[in-house]
Ligand binder design. Structure first.
Ligand code: NDP
Length: 274
């Protein structure tokens, strides 16, 4: 008799849009791993109960997405250095002694896509990071390690941007700002790490700042393109990317953590983008 597959899932709210089950099914097929991967919708008040229930029923690992990446820190018993620095967790692993281990694969997924897949060299660039939530936190240390000229975090609630910049000051030249303070400053690379796209909105970025950029990367993913990428293209930004590559790369890092094998990503990124 075939044993039951090992169980994995992604937990978030909303979750219907998630492509993680599709990506992990491809990884499992490609590597011959016997596992299942589902999606769990959990509102913030239900997060702890749903995570505990999943692992109590023999779940092996979870991905954690919007808006739970910081709240889930309360539930982990051990965490990686990169998750500790980010202050956000996107991957949970049930260890052999049943303790919960938290990691953050967003940063490595993002830099791998941007630098290895897309060939962007961040050294010396002025970088504008929009958003100060769980995803932005995961990106900061890996981005600063690539030696940008300056990194500015702009957030709707500017206090969060200032706080985040203060927290990461030891990692490199970073400062926080409100969207309204960006003025006419020039950034070669703009990264959208806001959740605005989830409600079909755009972040309040001044058009002049967008028009002066050379590269835009939207962490969000949508079939075809995203509203932010479309806006950037129409504003004349030469190189615009959605988060499809990051989504697959961070998933591959989670898969490696769970199964000890790193799947090939290029064909999965191409299939997702198509
Ligand atoms: P969080 O809920 O933790 O943070 C949301 C952030 O977006 C906050 O900074 C919030 O600002 C800002 N925001 C929300 N709505 C708006 C709006 N209408 N205008 C301007 N700012 C807004 O979410 P995450 O950080 O986890 O995720 C952010 C995005 O990144 C999501 O779209 C998610 O899908 C994507 N993502 C993609 C990944 C990939 O692999 N491609 C991986 C991880 C995330 P405020 O503080 O003022 O509320």
């Amino acid at each position: 008799m075939t044993p039951e597959p090992d169980r994995y899932a992604v937990i978030g709210h909303p979750i219907a849009h998630s492509r993680s089950p599709w990506i992990h099914a491809r990884f499992a097929q490609q590597t011959g791993q016997h596992l299942s991967y589902s999606a769990i919708d959990a509102a913030p008040a239900e997060l702890a109960a749903r995570v505990r229930e999943f692992f109590a029923r023999d779940g092996r690992g979870l991905n954690v997405t919007v808006p739970h990446k910081q709240a889930v820190l309360e539930l982990v018993e051990r965490m990686s250095e990169r998750a500790r620095i980010a202050g956000a967790v996107n991957t949970l692993v049930r260890e052999d002694d049943d303790r919960l281990y938290g990691d953050n694969t967003d940063g490595v997924g993002f830099t791998r896509d941007l630098t290895c897949n897309l060939g962007v060299n961040i050294a010396g660039l002025g970088v504008l990071l929009l958003g100060a939530g769980g995803a932005a936190r995961g990106l900061l240390a890996p981005l600063l390690s690539l030696a940008p000229r300056e990194l500015v975090i702009a957030n709707r609630s500017s206090a969060r941007a200032l706080e985040l910049a203060h927290l990461f000051a030891a990692h490199g030249p970073v400062r926080g700002a409100a969207f309204g303070e960006l003025g006419t400053q020039r950034f070669e690379l703009i990264i959208n790490a806001t959740a605005a796209g989830l409600t079909d909105q755009l972040p309040p970025l001044p058009l002049t700042v967008l028009q002066a950029a050379e590269i835009c990367y939207d962490l969000a993913y949508a079939p075809g393109t995203t509203r932010f990428v479309q806006w950037a293209r129409e504003s004349g930004v030469a190189r615009c990317f959605t988060g499809a590559g990051m989504l697959v790369e961070q998933a591959a890092e989670s898969f490696l953590l769970w199964r000890g094998i790193r799947p090939q990503t290029s064909a999965v990124i191409a299939a997702l983008a198509a």
